[in-house]
Ligand binder design. Structure first.
Ligand SMILES: Nc1nc2c(c(=O)[nH]1)N[C@H]1C(S)=C(S)[C@@H](COP(=O)(O)O)O[C@H]1N2
Ligand SMILES: [Mo]
Length: 337
């Protein structure tokens, strides 16, 4: 490829794919009667054929726009990135079905513009952001973070966004504000999982999440509007989603329409569904197992086939202990899981 490499992710898929998979792909193409050389390997047109997570070849419409970003000291440039096609095709977004491959397919036509996010509750200056505000109100930073799902898999993602604290400060919380509640869009016409209990995993929608105010104001807590240099695909929570890198992935609520400052700990979706398995805090902690599986290690989703992804130890607060451990000083982290 003659593309100038300005970023890690400008590597062609060729470069990040082990030889064996590469040849396997050529074989599949041959069987299908497609000349390998005639197709760009990383294009959407071929993605379905090679999708190791699903066995259909439906395309997702890519309306993603490039975003320009500034560097952030909170980004970890040493993390090896999970390939973009895995971040965008192996998802948890139950509003679009419970299979990992469902969101990319079912969210294909999800409308994210126009969009509104309300910031209300215990604030002196309630505000409403429109779609364009999400990309223009604050400088967009790139933050390469670890993402650890409670299901014991992990990815490294180059998110784009701004600190949640920027928006909270603008709304000017009153002294009574102690927590922040988040809500995903409720639109069963667009989100089939909200219209069907079986498709949506039995969750009572809208999906809701919450943080303590000091967690919400921590600079690492990100509102993300993009990844891999472009706006978010719908399956990753377009147009705006939360990212709290030291907590299990389910805290990182997608497609947010409302952020409410409150004086009480807000109800959270997975905690309501199974409170003995999913707590309010949900801090990544290798010493506190899920009742049904160990949290001591995780399957890192990197290059290559998902089933041969390597296992690695899980670290306290997902590797962010130096930055966030002080938030939980004196707390029993086994009880407050
Ligand atoms: N609204 C909503 N937000 C959600 C979820 C969901 O089902 N609905 N799943 C969560 C879970 S369990 C994880 S691991 C992450 C996955 O984010 P990703 O698909 O961008 O990797 O989103 C979280 N946010
Ligand atoms: Mo998750």
């Amino acid at each position: 490829m003659l593309i100038k490499r300005t970023n890690k992710w400008d590597l062609s898929e060729n470069d990040v794919t082990p030889e064996s998979i590469y040849h396997q792909r050529r074989d599949i193409l041959k069987k299908l009667g497609i000349a390998a050389a005639s197709l760009p390997l990383a294009s959407n047109a071929t993605a379905g054929i090679f999708d190791v997570f699903s066995n259909n070849d439906q395309k997702t419409i890519d309306n993603r726009r490039p975003l320009s970003t500034i560097k952030s000291p909170l980004s970890d440039p040493n993390l090896s990135l999970t390939p973009e096609n895995k971040i965008t095709q192996y998802n948890n977004f139950y509003e679009f079905g419970t299979d990992k491959s469902s969101p990319a397919i079912r969210a294909e036509n999800f409308v994210t513009d126009p969009w509104q996010v309300k910031i209300d509750g215990l604030v002196n200056k309630p505000l409403t952001l429109n779609y364009d505000d999400l990309f223009s109100l604050f400088p967009l930073e790139e933050r390469i973070y670890r993402l650890r799902c409670v299901e014991a898999w992990s990815m490294n993602v180059p998110w784009i966004g701004f600190s949640l604290s920027d928006i909270i400060k603008r709304a000017d919380p009153t002294s009574r504000a102690k927590y922040v509640a988040f809500q995903t869009l409720y639109d069963p016409k667009q989100m089939p999982g909200q219209a069907s209990r079986s498709l949506g995993g039995g969750i009572d929608y809208p999906y809701v999440e919450g943080l303590r105010l000091d967690e919400a104001l921590h600079p690492l807590t990100l509102l993300s509007v993009g990844l891999y240099g472009k706006t978010l695909p719908p399956q990753n929570g377009a147009p705006i989603r939360l990212v709290v890198p030291w907590k299990y992935g389910f805290k990182s609520i997608k497609s947010i329409v409302r952020i409410t400052l409150t004086d009480k700990q807000p109800p959270t979706t997975w905690n309501m569904l199974a409170s003995d398995e999913y707590g309010f805090y949900a801090n990544v902690n290798p010493t506190v197992d899920h009742p049904r599986w160990s949290q001591a290690s995780e399957r890192f989703i990197g290059e290559g086939n998902i089933f041969s992804s390597r296992r690695q130890p899980t670290t306290m607060f997902n590797g962010y202990a130096d930055a966030v451990a002080s938030l939980y000083k004196g707390m029993d982290l086994k009880r407050n899981y």
